[in-house]
Design a protein around this ligand. Structure first.
Ligand SMILES: Cc1c2[nH]c(c1CCC(=O)O)Cc1[nH]c(c(CCC(=O)O)c1C)Cc1[nH]c(c(CCC(=O)O)c1C)Cc1[nH]c(c(C)c1CCC(=O)O)C2
Length: 354
């Protein structure tokens, strides 16, 4: 290169090169502890409730303008270190034509719950055309977000299967476990199809510009370790290892997964999300020293006085130092009645403290 040639590396510099979130995911020590919140976009924000007025949840997920606006809202308001793409775990199922809806106050409800082999054919692969408004939103968001990374996500096979088999949210996942143990071949076919759907949905988001992914196995904590290993781990591995070549950090999270943390780290995760039940230093002992962690302030603590929230947050940051990288988050999603100012104060505290 002659001295007069512009330095290409400098002119096309990667705006995400200094991202504290990406550095922590990769096991580095960024300038401050990065923080984002599961469900940061949503009902805790008055600006969210305003734009969602009169628009059904699933319709909003297929409207590029709304996805972009809703994803940006918490980034503008709280100054979090990552955006999470506004969508839902059932969106790829809706996109391939599964008859389901998201009922306010309940969650996903499936018109014809899956109980028999003949019903599996509807679970075909997600093609690019099925999710065009969504990938368009990802492309637009990545431009608008600049130096803030975008996290893409999908629901893991077990959590998706639970909604499809039960027909809606379930406390005990009875029918799902009945299928697993009563007809293991059908279970593995179902979970295998869901794994390909989740994998392809993640790939589509990353190819459109998302710079990390999170696989939500929210309800995996309902399983014993033995059942997780036999019936779930191989399928979650298909999803996470199916995006390895894209080179983005992979976060894997579930609720009540204290007994599964090690295994969840072994199915292709770079970062293991931990709920509030297990202190992060103890979680690191279980997961092993070669994974970053994400978590884990109890979301209900945000209803406590600020000094109590911050004392607990300081403890989370301290305990997170046991891991090679720590992304601060809640132990599960933001609860809708949370005061958004409490979230903004928490972001400022984490940035000033870590
Ligand atoms: C289990 C699960 C679902 N959806 C999701 C999970 C995994 C995460 C978790 O464990 O919480 C994932 C999800 N759903 C939503 C996001 C948005 C991104 C973000 O985190 O900010 C994410 C990451 C939006 C949403 N998804 C949903 C809402 C609320 C709908 C509304 O605003 O009317 C939002 C903002 C609906 C939904 N969808 C689901 C539930 C249980 C609900 C709540 C039902 C209710 O209480 O009304 C299924």
């Amino acid at each position: 290169m002659t001295p007069s040639t512009p330095d290409l590396a400098a002119t096309s510099a990667d705006p995400l090169a200094d991202s504290p979130f990406l550095q922590a995911c990769r096991g580095g020590t960024p300038r401050h502890t990065p923080v984002w919140f599961m469900r940061q976009a949503g009902r805790s924000l008055p600006e969210y409730r305003a734009v969602r007025e009169g628009v059904a949840m699933l319709d909003s997920c297929f409207r590029t303008d709304l996805v972009v606006e809703i994803t940006m809202q918490p980034v503008r308001r709280h100054g979090v270190d990552a955006a999470i793409f506004f969508s839902d775990i059932v969106v790829p199922l809706k996109a391939i034509g599964v008859d389901l809806d998201i009922v306010p106050g309940t969650g996903p409800v499936v018109a014809e719950p899956i109980r028999a082999r003949e019903q599996l054919d509807q679970l075909r692969p997600v093609e690019d055309g099925d999710v065009e408004p969504i990938t368009a939103a990802v492309r637009e968001l990545v431009r608008e977000l600049g130096s803030t990374p975008l996290i893409g996500f999908a629901g893991a096979p077990f959590t998706l299967a639970s909604y499809l088999v039960e027909g809606g949210p379930s406390r005990d996942h009875r029918l799902t476990k009945q299928l697993m143990h009563g007809d293991p071949d059908l279970w593995h076919d179902l979970a295998g199809r869901l794994a390909l759907i989740a994998r392809d949905f993640l790939r589509q988001q990353v190819e459109a510009g998302a710079s990390a992914v999170q696989l939500f196995d929210s309800w995996a904590g309902a399983l014993s370790l033995a059942d997780y290993q036999e019936f779930v781990a191989p399928h979650s591995r298909t999803v996470l290892e199916g995006v390895t070549d894209l080179g983005v950090p992979r976060i894997h999270f579930g609720v009540g997964t204290g007994e599964l943390l090690h295994e969840m780290g072994q199915v292709g995760a770079d970062v293991v999300g931990v709920d509030w039940r297990v202190p992060l230093d103890e979680a690191v002992d279980r997961i092993g020293p070669d994974r970053a962690v994400q978590g884990n302030l109890d979301p209900t603590l945000l209803f406590a006085p600020t000094e109590v929230v911050h004392a607990h947050a300081a403890r989370v940051i301290e305990q997170g130092k046991a891991a090679p990288g720590h992304v601060f988050n809640l132990g599960h999603g933001v609860l809708p009645p949370t005061d958004p100012d409490a979230l903004t104060r928490l972001v400022d505290f984490v940035h000033g403290h870590g």
